[in-house]
Design a protein around this ligand. Sequence first.
Ligand code: IPM
Ligand code: MN
Length: 357
Amino acid sequence: MKSYKVAVLPGDGIGPEVIRQGIKVLDKVSDVYGFKVEYTYADIGGVAIDKTGEPLPSETLSICKSSDAILMGAVGGDKWDGLPLNKRPEAGLLGIRSGLGVFANFRPAKIFAPLKDASPLKDRIIGDGLDILVLRELTGGIYFGERGRTTRDGEPVAYDTMTYKKSEIERIAHLAFQIARTRNNKVTSVDKANILEVSRFWREIVIDVSKQYPDVELNHLYVDNAAMQLVIKPEQFDVIVTGNMFGDILSDEASMLTGSIGMLPSASLDSSGVGLYEPVHGSAPDIAGQNKANPLATILSVAMMLKYSFNMEEESRAIEDAVLKVLEEGFMTLDIATENAKIIGCDEMGDAVASKI
Ligand code: IPM
Ligand code: MN
C-alpha cells in the first residue's frame, strides 16, 4: 500500500481544532481509497515560542523538509503581540514559507451553491459561478524586503522595502499563464504601476512572459481598482496573479465573496511539488477552544494536498463533493449559517464531511 509522510503543524488558537477535522477527513479518505498516511506533529508559532523561545524551531523545519506535504493550522495571538517582529508567531510562518521555498500560493475562491446567501454580496452580484484563483507570490516582495528603524532629520523613522527579482516575477507569471490554460484562459495581473517602480518592473516582466502564452488573455489592474472590481464584478476574474502583500489583501477580500474566510483553503508550492497546505484564515483566538470554528478551509486544504502533492484528483474531488453534500443538507458552522441552517460545531462538521466519503 502506498504511504505518504505528512507533517502536521497545528499552531495556535483554532489551529489545533480545525487541524483535527482535516486529519479526520484525510484518515477517512485514505481508508476508503486504500493508501497510508504517516503523520509527524511539530510546533510552530506561539506554542513553539512557549516551548523553545523560537517561532520556528529548526527541528520543525527539518521534519517538514523530509515530508511529502505539510498541513498547517494557524499562528498568532495576543499573548505574543508584544514580541519583536522576528520573534513573533508570524515570523514562524514566514520562516517556513521561505525555508521550504514555496513561492506560489494558490488561494481559490469558489462558491458552494448552498452558501450563496452567506456572501455579503448575495445573488445579485455572485450569480451561480464564482470561481477565482488568487495566485499570490509568497516568498518575496515587501514581506521579505529590508526593514528597520533609523533617524532622519532628527526624528525616528521606520521603513520596509518592496523588492522583486526578475526571476521571482518570471516564475510566478509562467505559473499563472499555465494554470489559466487549465481554467478560463484569463490572467489579471495586479500591481500599483502608477506609483511603484517595483510594480512597473512587475508589469514589464509579466508582459514579456505573456508572449509565450498568446492564447491566454492578459490584463492589468491597479490594486485599488482590483479591490473595487472584486466587489462590483467578480465574474470578470479567472486567475489573479500578484505580489505578496497585494495577494494577502485581495485574497481576504475574495474569500468574503464565498461567504466566509472560514471556507478558503490554500496551497503553497515550490517548483518541485513540495506543498504547504493551510487555511487562509488566522488563529481566531476569540473563538478558540469553543468548538465554533469552521474547519472547512482546512478540510478543503487537505483536498488541495491530495490533488497537488499526491496527484489524487478523484480523492480530492471526493472531499469537495462531501463538503457540498453536507452544506446542501443545511449543516453549517456559525460563520456561514444561512437562514434555516442547522448550526453545528467544528467537530461535528468534521464528522459530517468524513461520513460522506
Ligand atoms: C495569511 C496571513 C499571514 C500573511 C500572516 C499571519 C503572517 O495573513 O496567510 O494570509 O500575511 O501572509
Ligand atoms: Mn492574510
